[in-house]
Design a protein around this ligand. Sequence first.
Ligand code: FES
Length: 354
Amino acid sequence: MAPLARRVLAAARALTTPLLPEDFVSVWRPLRSKRAPGARVVDVRHETGDATTLLLRPGAPLPAHRPGQFVGLGVQVDGVWTWRSYSITSRPGDPLLAVTVTAVPGGLVSTRLAHGTRPGTLVRISEPAGDFTLPAATPEKLLFVTAGSGITPVMGMLRTLAATQPAVLEGAVHVHSDRTAADVVFGPELRAVAARTGLRLVERHTATAGRLDPDSLTDLVPDWAAREAWACGPTEMLDDLTDHWARAGDPAALHVERFRPPTWDDATGTGGRVTFAASGVSADAAEGQPLMAAGEAAGALLPAGCRMGICHTCVGPLRSGAVRDLITGDTHDTAGEAVRTCVSAPLGDVTIDL
Ligand code: FES
């Protein structure tokens, strides 16, 4: 930012506190707010009864994603911005960013996005994040194992490989498990990619063949241990595969993507008053309650993305006090240290520069 623009922004901040200029921008031009970037839903594509692809045009360019990564989408539920992470299913460079949302039973956000989104809807969006990606040099022998909505990050990979390195798919195997053929998200496209590239697509329909487990995977893909594998699906399947690779294969050759909120064992002793200095909001956090959750409950508009400690969108510098990172268990008590507010709980009174 030019020095003059910086001075004008600083003056505007002083005049508009406790709201920041970015907050006014988010009202006037919601898609371009830096604090809470937005995207417009340009089109909606119903894939199956439960799965819907949203084609998004971000208000400001996002960093290029790598196939397999996700973005956080924020929607307002009862006046509170609520976020979930969804895999990007479009290719890098596509004119619109596609995410595919599967409505899960009882899932307020996923159901609203999958069944209640119309073209023109505005959502908030975080930058692409996640390590469930292919390496720069694509391995020669690939294996994808997916089930249900776990197809979504892999679909982003397959679309990209089919367009840029179709020869790599010729020797690749994709085992996908779903209830029936009609339930397979992107089913017709997957079958077309397989027919066009030589990808060996193995569909396992659980309504008739039962759940995919390591034994059946071994039967279906006898050379599984010689392949570099990417797996996404229900926790039980991923746990089974992780054990299997640890027991009989190379654990480093298995990459898994899990979408679930973080859990933490030891939040004992946490809790306190958190002050968000830039927002001018203070809140009392209960034991185990992250800074972000406490601040939002008190009305603070905070930067947020995955809410799982992955994307670092929520990071703010610690001004005073101490926090415990609930995932790593580490204590941060040095002024200026970067704190992930979504997974950090206060240890007494804390001030964060957000
Ligand atoms: S919101 Fe992603 S790390 Fe906190």
